[in-house]
Design a protein around this ligand. Structure first.
Ligand SMILES: Nc1nc2c(c(=O)[nH]1)N[C@H]1C(S)=C(S)[C@@H](COP(=O)(O)O)O[C@H]1N2
Ligand SMILES: [Mo]
Length: 431
């Protein structure tokens, strides 16, 4: 019986056997040989998984007391991995994967969980053979190796990347279930490299150069045109992410990063920059990444990702198990600058309270927000809205649809609503 509602409670699902417990359960009576241990555990995890996840902890498996102070720990390793108890993972489809926003803390996305979007796979590129060509309306066409790019004065910034298709299915209704499914095409990393302006100064811009074509060396050879006056100040040619070389998925060995712009402008596996006098009208700025309005015209070159936020805890697919204190947590960001303020409602937008913003609060970067709340066991609709430093406020779904109609797929930034029912289940709704 449920104490609050008086309704019969559904039987609690059997607790998942923890890795540790199952190791103990499969422990042979005699001191195990490595082989015997692996055979025992294989039935539960598969041989490969056991090797990869548990190899450093084999000593612990033989430790019946479960007391980690009674056996020597695992030895030092050359390249670390996370605890085998941790399972947060990307939600993958062949050409994209989504970040588990609901499992993250702070603002940095671990590189292994950064979302991925590629149009024709992740190429394997030998950095020693990779070149960046800078040509077109320049005084000196130049060809750079990665080593040469690394010699330039370096810079780094924490920045979000968001695919303009993030939350795109929500135009048609409350389609997704979890924060990851709906909003997981955005991540934050510390990106390091050289300023675009530094490299272009080396080549010398000629007066007619007002746009720049950026091209990737993947099988999709993705290309986009960018207005120089909008990107010159801030764009980076990045070779590193969170302190180490870019991950292959993020564009190894070189990517363009345009802070605050839609993800598709951040060309990965960057091999060519051509200075031109007008946009080239590639597939990615005509047939794709344009927004069809209700009057039949289409918005093109949207570029800026508008202010947005999402409550990640509690969020769709989760369940509040107890009444009482809950820290509402989430992420907010704006492609136009800093997050000024985040407001949270627990009654579907009738009343709003100002959330706490956790430092650092950086421009064009995910910003963590929190709010103390007491769940009384009743129905609630949780929402968050981001106000950025330009004064722009994240729209309600109604406000967004009034202007944009529902023909679009890209650039959806309406307020997310999570409905909590009396059992504590959290669901995606549109109110
Ligand atoms: N060369 C190349 N660059 C690319 C893409 C691609 O398919 N090829 N995808 C773009 C899209 S649509 C997005 S949203 C971002 C995703 O960056 P990420 O995979 O590092 O998250 O990369 C962009 N850069
Ligand atoms: Mo994208």
């Amino acid at each position: 019986m449920d104490k609050k509602t008086g309704k019969p409670t559904p039987a609690e699902p059997e607790p998942e056997v923890s890795i540790y417990e199952s190791l103990i359960a499969t422990r042979p009576k005699e001191p195990p040989t490595r082989r015997a241990f692996l055979t025992g555990a294989t039935s539960l995890f598969g041989a490969a998984a056991v090797h990869v996840l548990l190899a450093p902890f084999l000593g612990h498996a033989a430790n019946a007391s479960g007391d980690p102070t009674r056996v020597p720990g695992a030895l030092a390793t050359e390249y670390g991995r996370r605890s085998p108890f941790e399972r947060a993972k990307r939600l993958t489809k062949p050409q994209r994967s989504r970040t588990p926003l609901q499992d993250l803390h702070g603002i940095v996305t671990p590189s292994a969980l950064h979302f991925e979007r590629h149009h024709n796979g992740v190429p394997l590129i030998d950095p020693a053979k990779h070149r960046l060509l800078v040509h077109g309306l320049v005084e000196r066409p130049l060809l750079f190796t990665i080593a040469e790019l690394k010699r330039f004065p370096s810079t780094s910034r924490l920045l979000f990347v968001e695919c303009s298709g993030n939350s795109g299915k929500e135009w048609k209704g409350p389609k997704g279930k979890t924060a990851q499914e709906i909003h997981g095409l955005t991540s934050t990393s510390e990106w390091a490299g050289v300023r675009l302006s530094t490299v272009l100064a080396e080549a010398g811009l000629t007066p007619g150069a007002t746009w720049m074509l950026a091209e990737g060396s993947d099988a999709a050879a993705m290309t986009r045109s960018l207005p120089l006056d909008r990107v010159l100040d801030e764009a980076l040619l990045c070779y590193a992410q969170n302190g180490e070389p870019l991950r292959p998925e993020q564009g190894y060995p070189l990517r363009l990063l345009v802070p605050g712009f839609e993800g598709n402008t951040c060309i990965k596996w960057l091999r060519r920059l051509k200075l031109v006098s007008s946009p080239v009208m590639t597939r990615e700025e005509t047939s794709k990444y344009t927004d069809l309005m209700t009057d039949g015209t289409a918005r093109q070159f949207t570029f800026d990702m508008e202010a947005k936020s999402v409550i990640t805890v509690p969020s769709g697919g989760q369940r509040l198990k107890k009444t009482g204190y809950v820290e509402i947590r989430g992420l907010a960001w704006s492609g136009r600058g800093r997050v000024e303020k985040v407001e949270v409602s627990v009654d579907g937008g009738k009343n709003w309270r100002t959330a706490r913003l956790q430092a650092p609060i950086l421009p064009k970067c995910h910003t963590r927000f929190c709010l103390d709340w007491r769940w009384d066991g009743g129905e609630a609709v949780l929402q968050s809205r981001c106000i950025d430093e330009t004064g722009y406020r994240q729209p309600t779904r109604k406000e967004l649809v009034e202007i944009r109609g529902t023909n679009s797929y890209y650039h959806y930034n309406a307020i997310q609503s999570w409905q909590i029912d009396e059992e504590g289940n959290v669901r995606n709704v549109q109110v």
